[in-house]
Design a protein around this ligand. Structure first.
Ligand code: ADP
Ligand code: ZN
Length: 220
């Protein structure tokens, strides 16, 4: 039986968290939990909560901590995530979220590592401006190389540009990353959980680097 893993992915918007999360979740046979994907699905459902989430997301603002924490805690402490672990993509993004996660995982044995994907800001801005995503499975493409007809290669879902990949919302999200999320790098470093990976280059190379580092650090 392949051992599971409990991983957090850190990194700026466009650093490649979604792409790496998908690869890592297949490798370790654990669910990929993306708070952005969960919120976009809720927004598409048209519920009252979904409409409120869409407003925050389209402006590039953060969803309030209490809402995010409730959604994630429920997902992590049930089903496959509880049994085998998870790849968390887009959570935590604030200090209160990181503390809530530590508390929720205490009875389960804690995190294995927080992987920080390091990429310069000018590179992520270029990636986000050309980004296209699958509305069903969350797979990421670049406009020049996206499949013809706008149909996802993984799942057949529709490929679109995200409503928050506008220049204004991209800037707002990167500002919030600096203020709220980048302090989590030292939060995890202080707890001996940080693994820093160069996020430049081919996605498969970044993935190989990540798995090698986790292995060397005795995380897996
Ligand atoms: P990105 O990281 O590129 O902004 P995501 O798909 O991870 O994209 O998230 C999209 C939006 O969902 C965010 O801009 C924010 O509004 C909301 N969101 C996702 N995760 C969180 C979180 N942990 N805390 C607060 N808001 C979140
Ligand atoms: Zn898809």
């Amino acid at each position: 039986m392949i051992p599971g893993i409990r991983l957090v992915l850190l990194g700026k918007q466009g650093a490649g968290k979604g792409t790496q999360a998908l690869k890592l979740s297949r490798h370790f046979h654990v669910p990929h939990i993306s708070t952005g994907d969960l919120f976009r699905a809720e927004a598409r459902s048209g519920s009252e909560l979904g409409r409120a989430l869409k407003k925050s997301m389209d402006a590039g603002d953060l969803v309030p901590d209490d809402v995010v924490i409730k959604v994630v805690e429920k997902t992590l402490t049930s089903g496959a995530a509880r049994a085998r672990g998870f790849i968390l993509d887009g959570f935590p993004r604030t200090r209160p979220q990181a503390e809530a996660l530590l508390r929720a995982l205490e009875p389960l044995g804690g995190l294995d590592a927080a992987v920080n994907l390091v990429v310069d800001t000018d590179v992520v801005v270029a990636r986000l401006s050309g980004r296209r995503v699958c509305t069903r499975c969350g797979a990421n493409y670049q406009v020049e190389t996206a499949p013809e007809g706008g149909v996802c290669e993984n799942c057949g879902g529709e490929i679109v540009q995200r409503d928050d990949d506008t220049p204004e919302a991209i800037q707002r999200r990167l500002d919030l990353y600096e203020q709220e999320t980048s302090p989590l790098i030292s939060f995890y470093d202080e707890r001996g959980l940080l693994a820093e990976v160069d996020g430049l280059g081919d996605p498969q190379e970044v993935f190989d680097r990540t798995v090698k580092l986790l292995h060397e650090n005795g995380r897996r």
